[in-house]
Design a binder for this molecule. Sequence first.
Ligand code: ASP
Length: 370
Amino acid sequence: MKTLFTVLSAASFALLSIPAHAQDDADAPRWSIAIHGGAGVILRENMSAEQQAEYEAALQAALDAGAEVLRNGGSAMDAVKAAIVPMEDDEKFNAGRGAVYTWEGRNELDAAIMDGSDRSAGAITGVTTVKNPILLADAVRSDGRHVFLSGAGAEEFAGDTGLELVDPTYFGTERRKEALERMKAKQLSALDVDHKFGTVGAVALDSHGNLAAGTSTGGLTGKRWGRIGDAPVIGAGTYADNRSCAVSATGAGEYFIRVGVAQEICTRLRYQPVGWSIYADDAGAAEHPALPDILSDEEAVAELYESYLVAAQGTADVVMSEVAELGGDGGVILVTPQGHTIFSFNTPGMYRGRANSEGLNEVAIFEAAE
Ligand code: ASP
């Protein structure tokens, strides 16, 4: 253990000291998935039992769709898409069908997806006619020539993909229109008018050991001048790397971009000793001079491995506290290479769910245990 302590930085030691509150890594799941449908001021007292049941059912349907892919041996990428599409089609969420309005009264959609196995990524922003933006983001990724397409160019590319296109009026909903009108009449901020972010996202580990992350959103009510949030920005709202974790975010996008939340979480995890132990066979492990010492100490490796969940939760919380320090709020979901699913948010609630091959299957909305 001496060797171990000599290489732990003060920060990572602090993370390892947090009491563990999760399953043993010996029982690490073969596949895992986590989803979110946005964070915000979501309080039990403001939600009827009926509304709560509707949101829970929608989250469960999305979770089931993703889990089904993974249960059948499908890829994390397919699971992420399978989970996000039903939420894009459900007007309860601020993505696809239920997207919020821009200041000019349009619905401009953003999405991104990333494959942790090769870090291939695709993202689109400002599209108005693509029914399922997450599928367009994936088409950009699989095409491979570019990573991030915007506006008219993204629409033109979409026309060649065979994806379902709709008239922009498809995204028009009374509830979102009323929110824009109220915002203008009362000169409210985007958060004050909506009280919550309704972006959707999913992260998954498949039984082949690959991670993926995806996020889809209409952005913020009343956004102007071609504003782009964090969701489609690779590294801000979406990131996946098999060596560390997969992350999808929701919240005040401007802050998440400034912190580079998703990649910041992944990178911090990758450079922790607990991170090194999981890719000991990778060439990348040789980069760190202290690693061979750790790897020769089996007990140290086992301890580090078991600590990954603790480190991942701590890392997500620390990065989210940076968002809060700058004045932003929201949350993240992440999945680790061992299949731990983690939520971290600094709002009163977050629509969320998680499932794994060991039988975990739960959805939740409010902060406190339900
Ligand atoms: N993060 C999104 C954005 O800033 C908003 C959301 O999470 O609902 O565009």
